[in-house]
Design a protein around this ligand. Structure first.
Ligand code: R5P
Length: 293
């Protein structure tokens, strides 16, 4: 029999105190279901509503990329500095320790390699498996203007339909083919299509001119892609500008893991993203590392 001794009816109702109405200040996410908001709060630090996502999913179409030859050696030590890790289920299950506190943004599209037409992707992970992995979000490539544009949009909308059922957000990656210009006009078009069709986060490239209009026109959090390796100060400056102009964070790969000092670089990026540190101040960490070398 249950021990009822000492059990009394509750009295601490504090009837004069009104219960709070919950609110979420992350761009465009206030009306989402609780599980979806909870997962977004694992990716975007609630104190800043920004994220430093480390992208290491390159192998899903280009094999062992420079800096990712041994993810166990180059990336696992960085996990503690990233707000989220964008990677594949193969790398998660083989190499990422399950005890990590860093949420996983799971690559969920794929198909063609760099030897073929890249826009010809399919959905490559079921939402059931994403949920088994405890993914905080799934990521899908969207090729606006690409040869398989409609198919890639359909991949995204299929994932969004399932995402709504499972409470797992979808990150749409706006992929720019070689023939397309990465200007504000194109990026506004691509990011807005992804958000209108249901993406909960959109990833896009930075453009020098009018990036603020790209961010303003996208009603959900926009994260800036890194792109090819730049000098550290240039990469920090690009991240700084993107944040100042309305991005909710970065999703960078090569500019972190191809740096000579990846640990210092990811911390410098975090200072820019979360503390609005000036690029030159954040860069000072490199000068110190160089001196120590
Ligand atoms: C997009 O194609 C994939 O997510 C990439 O693997 C990722 O965006 C690349 O990151 P980065 O350009 O910063 O190396």
């Amino acid at each position: 029999m249950a021990d009822l001794e000492g059990l009394t009816e509750g009295e601490r109702f504090q009837t004069s105190v009104v219960a709070p109405s919950l609110s979420n200040t992350l761009k465009g996410s206030g009306a989402l279901d609780w599980g979806m908001q909870s997962r977004l709060a694992r990716i975007f630090r609630p104190s800043t509503n920004r994220t430093v996502m480390l992208a290491i999913d390159h192998g899903y179409f280009q094999g062992p990329t420079t800096g990712l030859e041994r993810v166990d050696l180059s990336i696992v030590p960085l996990l503690g500095y990233a707000d989220a890790l964008m990677t594949t289920r193969g790398m998660v299950r083989s190499t990422i320790p399950a005890i990590t506190r860093t949420p996983i943004v799971l690559r969920a599209s794929g198909g063609p390699s760099i030897l073929k037409e890249l826009s010809d992707e399919q959905v490559a992970v079921s939402m059931e498996d994403a949920s088994r992995i405890n993914a905080a979000a799934v990521a899908v490539q969207v090729f606006i203007g690409g040869e398989f544009e409609t198919q890639s949009v359909r991949n995204m909308t299929k994932l969004v339909d399932e995402a709504q059922r499972y409470g797992i957000p979808v990150l749409a990656v706006t992929a720019v083919g070689k023939e397309l210009k990465r200007d504000a006009r194109y990026l506004r078009l691509a990011t807005r299509i992804c958000a209108e069709l249901g993406a909960h986060i959109v990833k896009t490239y930075y453009c020098e001119k009018d990036f603020d209009t790209v961010a303003a026109g996208c009603p959900v959090p926009l994260v800036m892609a890194g792109g090819k390796k730049l000098d550290e100060l240039d990469a920090l400056t690009m991240a700084y500008r993107a944040i100042e102009e309305g991005a909710s964070g970065v999703d960078m790969g090569r500019n972190i893991f191809q740096s000579e000092f990846p640990t210092e670089m990811i911390q410098a990026i975090a200072a820019v993203v979360h503390e609005s540190a000036k690029p030159s101040d954040a860069y000072a960490t490199f000068i110190k590392s160089e001196v120590k070398k």
